[in-house]
Each structure stands twice: as C-alpha cells, then as structure tokens.
Design a binder for this molecule. Structure first.
Ligand code: 13P
Ligand code: 13P
Ligand code: MG
Ligand code: MG
Length: 367
C-alpha cells in the first residue's frame, strides 16, 4: 500500500491583524475534516495546526497526489472556517481563498500544497515545516545545506545510504504558463544548484530525491499568490514535508541549518527582509508583523496512521537561537526602509508604491 502524505494550508482569517487564527476557526476546520474526511473513510488520519495566521491540514490517505476529493475536502474545510472568521469579524477572512468556486485542485487557487506518495518503510519518520511571513524560497538554503553539506549533514560522510547524494528539482516560479523545472544532481552539480538557489524569489526547491533509492525525500509548496490574484493578497507562506533517517538525512541534520536564522523575504507587509526564526507549533506573530517564523513537527506514520506530533523546535537549544535571531531582526530593523531592509521594487507586495512612483516620475525635471 502506498501512503500519500499531504499538507494543504491557508490563511482564512486571524485575530488582531495577521497574527493568529481564532480557536473557534481552528475547531471548525478540525471538525469539518473529521466529519467529512476521516469519518467518511476518505482520510486515514489528519492533524490541524497553525503557524502564525496560517492553518495547516496535514492528511494521510491512499488516493495519490493532487487527488480532487482530498483537495476539495481541504478547500471546503477552509470555506467552513472562513464562515466562522466572518462571523467573528476576524481580519482577512478567507484571505487565501482567491477563487469563487473549487475547480479540481487547490493549486492555483490560493492555498499552499505539499504532497508526497511513497511505500512506507517499516519505520517512517518525517518532518512537517510551516513558515509564516515569508515565501517558498525561505527553504532554499536549509534544504541545500541539509542535503549537500557535510557541515550540517554528517551522514554524507558517515552513512553509506547517502553516498550517491540527492537530486534537486528546482522550479522557476516567475514562469506562469506552467511548471518550469530543472533537475540537478548533488554533489556533481553543486555550484549550478547554488547559482540558482541564491535567488530565493525566482528559483525554489520544489522537491528532493534520494539518488540511492530514487525515493522522494522532500517537497515544498511553490505557490505565488501574486501570480494568481494579480495583486498583493498576502505572502506565500510555505509548507514543506521532509522524510528523515535511513537513506535521508537524520532529523537533527535537517534541523541544523535552521540555527542560522538566515535573512528571507517577508516580514511586515511581505515587503521586507528579516531573519527566519524557528518557533514552536501554534506560535503567534508579533514584532513588525514578524519576524518570519518556521515551525517543525516531527511524526512517524505507519499504515497511514500518524503519531502525535513532536515539536522539533520546542527545546532549550532553540531558545538560544531565538534570542540570536531576535538580535538579527532588531539590527536590520534599525535601518527601516533603507536599502536591503526592504525588498527590491519588483518584489514589493503593495500596488500603492507603483502609483506613487508614477506620480513622482511626473514631477522630475531634467536640468
Ligand atoms: P541510528 O543509529 O539510530 O540510525 O541514528 C543515527 C542518527 O540518526 C543519529 O543522528
Ligand atoms: P500574511 O501573508 O501572513 O497574511 O501577512 C500579510 C502581511 O501583510 C503582514 O504584514
Ligand atoms: Mg494574513
Ligand atoms: Mg500568513
């Protein structure tokens, strides 16, 4: 039996601005999925969590990737949650539901999706990541380091199971006609992979495969909301699934690069640069609508049944990292709008700046 692991997440409204969904909203999504997914036999199991203002539905089933019934279940659960958001007057009710009616697959409709299908190993540990106030390119550096660098992944030196390296599937997310992808192999193509992944806004790791076994190792949501809505509606807060141990990196090797708190796009109004802070599950958002955050839930899955989540960033070590990342956030904020503290013009998430620049352009004179 092949198990499909799917996470579909959306921002459908939050308390007090873009910070956290209400308990009632989450309870509604949960009871909808339970009643219409689990109890009807569509799902084998599921778990609901939130990271900042984004609600994630993690699901297991046997229907494969991109399954219409599964996607519709998630879409309808978000619609039900949006009704609660509207009733409670939550901010941004239905924010990520960009289309009026469901059309087969939630990809291209607003919610972020990461899915993988595999034959379960006798023990099947994996990590589910969810980030808020940033975009899918935020995972580029951690994935590059976890799957290619012996500085973070000791298994590349020590474990025969990883000796053949990994294949990276990288997507050009600026291309809107379809999925424009390239496949590159680590370690031979390492410098080419780096040359693409340095540009987090254009090239995004979509998936990673073990070259030893051919098995899927990691998958990332690659949605660009801006390309769907044609205007700013929210940042493309990304989710990711990573299988660990055995032919894959150990859990701690995948977590290791997250201690950098590297600067990513997002933060206030999706238009700034901020360091990515590893936080606990169900964390809220605060300073300057940030900083950008990422949570990590560790699970095992067996015959499609999930264990309870273990919170991978709920450990004293990460308190130290969070303190360092807070310092990095404070430092870049000292320069406000200036230079690298904000994203380049083309990445600014508000149309207002375009109007403003047009008006100012007319006022320029040439001496
Ligand atoms: P095992 O010896 O259980 O495979 O553990 C190795 C490991 O993952 C340590 O990080
Ligand atoms: P979200 O994309 O998380 O909704 O945040 C939007 C925003 O503008 C924060 O300032
Ligand atoms: Mg929001
Ligand atoms: Mg969000």
């Amino acid at each position: 039996m092949k198990t499909t692991l799917a996470v579909i997440k959306a921002d459908i409204g939050s308390i007090g601005g873009h910070i956290v969904p209400s308990r009632q909203l989450i309870a509604e999504v949960e009871s909808y999925v339970k009643k219409n997914g689990l109890e009807k036999g569509l799902l084998l199991d599921f778990n609901i969590s939130h990271t900042g203002d984004d609600v994630a539905i993690l699901m297991t089933h046997t229907k494969g990737k991109g399954n219409e019934e599964i996607h519709k279940l998630a879409w309808d659960a978000f619609i039900a949650g949006t009704e609660v958001a509207k009733k409670q007057g939550l901010y941004g009710a239905g924010q990520d539901l960009l289309k009026d009616s469901f059309s087969g697959n939630v990809k291209g409709m607003g919610p972020a999706v990461a899915e993988m299908e595999f034959e379960e190993r006798p023990n099947e540990p994996f990590l589910f990541f969810a980030a808020d106030k940033t975009d899918p390119g935020a995972y580029n550096l951690p994935l590059f380091l976890a799957f290619t660098s012996p500085m973070h992944n000791a298994g590349l030196m020590l474990s025969p199971a990883m000796k053949d390296g990994f294949k990276f599937v990288i997507m050009d997310v600026a291309y809107t006609e379809g999925d424009r992808i390239i496949e590159l192999n680590a370690p031979e193509d390492l410098y080419d992979i780096a040359a693409l992944l340095r540009d987090n806004q254009r090239f995004v790791v979509e998936s990673v495969y073990s070259r030893g076994t051919g098995d899927i190792a990691a998958t990332v949501s690659t949605t660009r909301l801006h390309n769907i809505a044609g205007k700013y509606t929210g940042k493309d807060d990304p989710v990711m699934l990573v299988r660990v141990q055995g032919a894959f990196p150990a859990t701690g090797e995948v977590l290791s690069p997250f201690n950098i708190g590297h600067y990513v796009a997002g933060f206030m109004r999706g238009s700034h640069t901020g360091p990515l802070m590893p936080v606990k599950r169900n964390s809220t958002i605060s300073y300057f609508d940030g900083p950008p955050v990422v949570s990590s839930s560790a699970y095992c899955v067996h015959n499609g049944l999930l264990t309870e989540p273990a919170d991978a960033f709920d450990h004293p070590y990460w308190d130290y990292v969070r303190t360092n990342v807070s310092r990095k956030a404070t430092e870049i904020r000292q320069q406000g709008f200036s230079g690298l503290a904000m994203l380049p013009y083309g990445e600014l998430e508000y149309g207002g700046i375009v109007e403003k620049m047009k008006k100012l352009d007319g006022k320029f004179t040439v001496r």
